[in-house]
Design a protein around this ligand. Structure first.
Ligand SMILES: Nc1nc2c(ncn2[C@@H]2O[C@H](COP(=O)(O)OP(=O)(O)OP(=O)(O)O)[C@@H](O)[C@H]2O)c(=O)[nH]1
Ligand SMILES: [Mg+2]
Length: 469
């Protein structure tokens, strides 16, 4: 489909945010977009865009062709196909940022023959015209919504084609295999190089391994995009809110020496060394008769259950008691760190002793000594979180990353297909049967890049974009 498409009718939209700004950009793309702008634009040098070279900027006025009224003083950027975002002719009008002005200019463009672009339609055309694959188009959206350095780096890498290259390579490998098997099936009488089952097995296993490596990036991809949900839990008065404030570097939550200060959950976003974290401070967990506090405690438990990581805070100056142990029992099945807080004061126990009292030798490596009040040990917390979620085998910004559910689901089917191929080879089933599973795997990977996706899926993906993108 991508090959047959050659430039749609002219579409126009305001590409800058809604409302009033210093300047705004109106973008036009498609057939006759240059003529359409020419009809409403009077360059100061009396030239016309039609006769101007590509990638030039023109100063002048937007003029209502019917009344000859000047509407705005503008700069117009002329970009001819194919070196443009959509690979079609693109004209961008930099106008003044008033909402009324923008609307007027857009209306004049409609009168001259453009229509309003659908959300994501510019990027959709870039995809349909082969300028980018689907993973890159999705990266455009991720890029716009990036909130931290790591998220940005990852989406830039995908936008530059990091995932596309990987998928193309995997599909290339599968295609080679399919071509060879096909030749075997179609022309058994020719003495073509015989693809032995052994060879199929080896090649398929190697490709499968690479697909599984990619699969393992999906969790990092999800967390980079959605943020890591971190619940801060513990007994009352251990310093949870102080920790939240320290990580946020602002006095967000009320801190007092009265146990039971925090009643509601408090959720805040923080960029911790490039990692997007959604921190949730919670009410101290304890048995209570207070109705409001009870609700808070329930919310705390729920926040812990829904989180990707739990920071359990304990007061180093106090003996661990039954309540700490009970909380630990509730969280130990999840990803957790225990922060031994208030270590600026005299500690009741060493980290080793705390681990022993908790009755879980494995807890020791999860215990970090900090002082939330004096902001000590927090960089260790940061590096531990990084290690837990992003370190190890994946280099953000260097390795291709699966970044959404759609890609993940397609990859899952690809992996299932290849596993079926390997099983089939083992069981010695006929090569034409093996071809079916291979084709499934090949098509599933094609969904990630957008080579094998249905129109309604494409429609769905681009409709999530903002208007003008
Ligand atoms: N010395 C010292 N005091 C701390 C530290 N962290 C917190 N505190 C003090 O401990 C008391 C309780 O702190 P909060 O942050 O309100 O504790 P919390 O866990 O949020 O308490 P609740 O909201 O009641 O559950 C306050 O007086 C803090 O100043 C620390 O690292 N060192
Ligand atoms: Mg609190």
């Amino acid at each position: 489909m991508a090959d047959q498409y050659n430039g749609g009718p002219a579409i126009a939209a305001i590409s800058t945010p809604a409302g009033t700004g210093a300047i705004a950009i109106i973008r036009i793309s498609g057939r006759e977009s240059i003529e359409i702008v020419d009809a409403v634009f009077q360059p100061a040098d009396k030239s016309s865009l039609r006769d101007s070279p590509s990638h030039t900027i023109h100063y002048g006025w937007i003029v209502d062709p019917q009344t000859q009224d000047s509407v705005d003083e503008v700069l117009v950027m002329l970009m001819r196909a194919p070196r443009t975002f959509t690979r079609e002719d693109v004209v961008e009008i930099n106008c003044h940022g008033g909402a009324y002005i923008q609307g007027r200019i857009l209306e004049l463009l409609f009168q001259s023959g453009a229509r309003l672009a659908e959300p994501g339609e510019f990027t959709k055309r870039a995809f349909l015209n082969g300028r980018m694959d689907l993973s890159q188009a999705e990266a455009v959206m991720d890029l716009i919504s990036s909130q931290t350095d790591l998220s940005l780096r990852s989406s830039i890498h995908t936008l530059k084609g990091g995932l596309r290259e990987k998928i193309d390579m995997l599909r290339g490998g599968l295609l080679d295999l399919m071509t060879q098997i096909e030749a075997n099936i179609d022309y058994p009488e020719y003495d073509l190089e015989d693809v032995t089952l052994d060879q199929i097995q080896k090649t398929a296993a190697a490709i499968l391994e690479k697909m599984e490596d990619l699969w393992r990036t999906a969790e990092s991809g999800r967390l980079l995009k959605q943020g890591i949900k971190v619940a801060i839990v513990g007994r009352p008065n251990v310093g949870k809110s102080t920790l939240l404030n320290a990580l946020l570097r602002e006095q967000r939550a009320i801190v007092t020496d009265i146990p039971g200060t925090t009643r509601d959950t408090i959720e805040e976003f923080v960029d911790l060394g490039g990692m997007p974290l959604h921190l949730v401070d919670t009410a101290g967990i304890r048995e209570t008769e207070d109705v409001v506090e009870k609700i808070g405690v329930d919310l705390a438990r729920r926040a812990a259950e829904e989180s990707d990581l739990i920071l359990m805070v304990v007061d180093a100056g106090m003996e661990l008691d039954g309540e700490d142990r009970a909380i630990f029992q509730e969280i130990r099945h999840k990803q957790y760190l225990i922060l031994l807080n208030k270590t600026d004061l005299t500690a009741a126990h060493s980290a080793d002793e705390f681990a022993a009292i908790l009755g879980d030798p494995q807890a020791r490596e999860h215990i970090l000594a900090v002082s939330a009040k004096e902001e000590k040990g927090l960089d260790t917390v940061e590096s531990r979180i990084r290690k837990l979620f992003f370190d190890g085998t994946i280099a953000i910004g260097k390795d291709p990353l699966i970044s959404n559910l759609r890609q993940k689901e397609a990859l899952r089917r690809g992996i299932a297909g290849l596993r079926a191929v390997l099983r089939g080879v083992e069981e010695g089933i006929p090569q034409d049967m093996i071809m079916i599973d291979l084709t499934d795997a090949y098509d599933a990977l094609g969904e990630i890049s957008g080579h094998c996706v249905k129109d309604d899926v494409i429609q769905e993906i681009f409709s999530r974009f903002c208007l003008g993108k």
